[in-house]
Structures are given as structure tokens and as C-alpha cells.
Design a protein around this ligand. Structure first.
Ligand code: DX5
Ligand code: ZN
Length: 218
């Protein structure tokens, strides 16, 4: 189904109080967890031990976005830790089909992420291997950046390719998603929306989630 899903990114949360910060987003569809290794992107966040700890206390499923080198080696462990979704970057994976199958075998939903300059077309024939495509709407690495409108045509092509494929694949956008940009992304065909600063920067996170949901469905 195409009901919009809102996945707040805990990258903009208070890292000293993650359990309480997860409790603030209990009305969300999932918590988006940005794993960065300081190599694939110029920022370092958290890894498997913290994801395992978050999994024990989160009121919502975990949507792990791995911005790391060598996801072939690391990604299945995130599914084994209980993450509902594990998304790795196409640019970093050696064997994306094999890796997606390993994630699914470990009980996770497999996602493939594309940086703004990474073309969709090499992955169109592989859509049946994935549960989600993530079109990055900023260069990955940091929260609080501006939504890149140049990614809208790729979102449209991804929506069309998913429709043509007949597979049940979600289309996620991540980066710069806010009340002023979410309608453009939804109109282009996205159905899962990551929002970091727009949710965690709001005084009332539940209200911000509700507003994004309303705008995405309009
Ligand atoms: C960026 C991360 C995003 C980030 C989004 O590399 O993948 O998930 O947290 O933050 P905002 O919504 O503030 O752009
Ligand atoms: Zn992310």
C-alpha cells in the first residue's frame, strides 16, 4: 500500500538520551538509524552494539541506513540484531544481490540506497531482490542539509520502475525532508519519508510527525 510512512532520523536526537529520544517518536512508523563509519561518509556515528541496545528499548521498528564501506561484511548482522530494515549503499556493495538475500534470510527487509549522482538504471532489473529503494535527497553524511530538487526526476523514474516491475518495493527519501519539501517528494512518488531535524528540532515531535504525514498524503 502507498500510505505514507514517516521515519524520523535519530541522527538529530540527543545521543546522550537515546531511549528517551526514541520514546518521543512512538507515533512514527520506524526509527531511522544512520550508521556512519568515517570512511564512506566523512562522519562517524554508531554501530552494531548501539543498534542492539536501541533494539531492546525502541517502541518502533528500526530502519538502519548503513553509510559504511564493505556492507557485504557488516549488513547481515544488523538484521540478526533485529533491525526491521537494513539499507546499504549501492556504491559500497561488492555483491548487492547476494547481500540483499543474506539480509532477507536473517529476517530483515533489504534496502538499496543511491547517492544523488548514482544512477537508478543499473538496479531496475534487480528490484525483486529488494524491499526498498532509498533515493538520497542530500549527499549523505550530515543532518540539516537542504533538499536537492535535482533528485526529483530520479524519484519519478524509481516510482515508474517499481510500478513496471510489479514487485512490492517501498521508495524512501532521506535528507532535507520537511513540511516545506515533503509534498514535492510525495508527488514524485516517494512513500517512506526520513526526517531528522524536522522532527527532532520540533518542540512537539508527535505533532511534527502528524503534520508530515498529513502533507505526504495530500
Ligand atoms: C544524512 C542521513 C539522514 C539525516 C537526515 O546522511 O542519512 O538520515 O539524518 O537529516 P535531515 O532530515 O535533517 O536532513
Ligand atoms: Zn539516513
Amino acid at each position: 500500500d502507498r500510505e505514507p510512512r514517516i521515519n524520523p532520523s535519530i541522527l538529530s536526537a540527543d545521543f546522550a538520551n537515546l531511549q528517551a529520544e526514541l520514546a518521543r517518536i512512538s507515533t512514527a512508523d520506524a526509527a531511522h538509524v544512520d550508521v556512519m563509519d568515517g570512511h564512506f561518509v566523512p562522519n562517524l556515528t554508531l554501530g552494531l552494539p548501539i543498534v542492539e541496545a536501541l533494539q531492546r528499548v525502541s517502541p518502533v521498528p528500526l530502519d538502519c541506513h548503513l553509510m559504511i564501506e564493505d556492507p557485504d561484511r557488516w549488513a547481515p548482522a544488523y538484521a540478526e540484531a533485529g533491525a526491521a530494515g537494513v539499507t546499504f549503499h549501492a556504491e559500497a556493495a561488492t555483491a548487492p544481490v547476494k547481500l540483499a538475500r543474506e539480509i532477507r534470510k536473517a529476517g530483515g527487509r533489504a534496502g538499496i540506497a543511491l547517492r544523488p549522482a548514482t544512477p537508478l538504471e543499473p538496479y531496475v532489473d534487480l528490484l525483486g531482490e529488494f524491499d526498498m529503494v532509498l533515493v538520497m535527497t542530500v549527499e549523505p553524511g550530515f543532518g540539516g542539509q537542504s533538499f536537492l530538487d535535482v533528485t526529483l526526476p530520479k524519484i519519478r523514474r524509481a516510482r515508474a520502475a517499481i510500478g513496471d516491475s510489479g514487485f512490492d518495493v517501498r521508495l524512501q527519501v532521506d535528507g532535507g525532508v520537511s513540511a516545506s519539501t515533503i509534498e514535492r517528494a510525495a508527488e514524485a512518488g516517494a512513500d517512506v519519508f526520513v526526517a531528522g531535524s524536522a522532527v527532532y528540532g520540533a518542540a512537539d515531535a508527535a505533532a511534527a510527525i502528524g503534520e508530515l504525514r498529513r502533507l505526504a498524503a495530500a
